[in-house]
Design a protein around this ligand. Sequence first.
Ligand code: NDP
Ligand code: 8X3
Length: 249
Amino acid sequence: MTRTALITGATSGFGAAAVHRFAQAGWRVIATGRRAERLQPLVDAYGPGQVHAAVFDVRDSAAMAAALAALPAGFADIDLLVNNAGLAQGTAPAQSAVLEDWRTMIDTNVTALVTLTHHLLPQLVARKGAIINISSVAGVYPYPGGNAYGGTKAFVSQFSLGLRADLHGSGVRVTTIEPGMAETEFTLVRTHGNQAASDTLYTGANPMTAEDIAEQIFFVATLPAHLNINRLEIMPVSQSFAGFQVARD
Ligand code: NDP
Ligand code: 8X3
């Protein structure tokens, strides 16, 4: 039986790579994002019967509901929700951070994620489906400048564990994937378009790729139905931990 995945943030990075991974494996995929011109090539590559583009801002709950209500018949029964759309904004310490950046991260990474999950839970329960939430190592390990971004991802990880508890006995699987450094448009977005900053971060660092993470999403989604990976933390070998800091008089 052909299964259907809804993947948010499919215009770039992990989400775009995941659309390819699932579509190549024969899944139907609903690919979402704001940039329609990035979604159309995915539809063109696999055909409108296999990939459906749903263009909306995840922060716009009315647009989200309309897009879900307008799904073509072949895409209406969703087996897998991949909550991937998200972003960091800024690297400044909390005391000089821009409040609007914090609000954008919370609206996107937290409020939109729970809204879409709430929409789809009834049918995921009915179909014994699965939810894969993309969190981050930033939600597990604090680092300077991670402040609100790390907070949103800690929410994603803890919300996912709470879903597991509530969905006990339903057959619905819930997994959090917590990646470390991966080269996507993430840093370009975080720095409000500073390509040099993005290049500096990734050059020579052997970061993970979008395809690396897409492979993990696919792996988790295709495990035998009796197995649930609760959280999957993954980093490039080149990235580790720097320990505590001490301020002296
Ligand atoms: P990208 O910037 O490459 O992709 C982000 C995706 O999120 C885009 O498709 C973008 O689509 C979508 N998105 C952002 N805001 C909105 C919005 N308001 N409405 C709809 N879609 C939105 O980054 P990544 O692929 O790296 O990021 C994917 C996820 O992985 C994020 O949740 C990120 O926090 C997380 N992550 C990334 C890591 C990394 O090092 N790269 C590490 C750990 C976690 P569009 O702009 O077209 O709307
Ligand atoms: C992104 C990973 O380490 O840049 O979530 O915060 S990190």
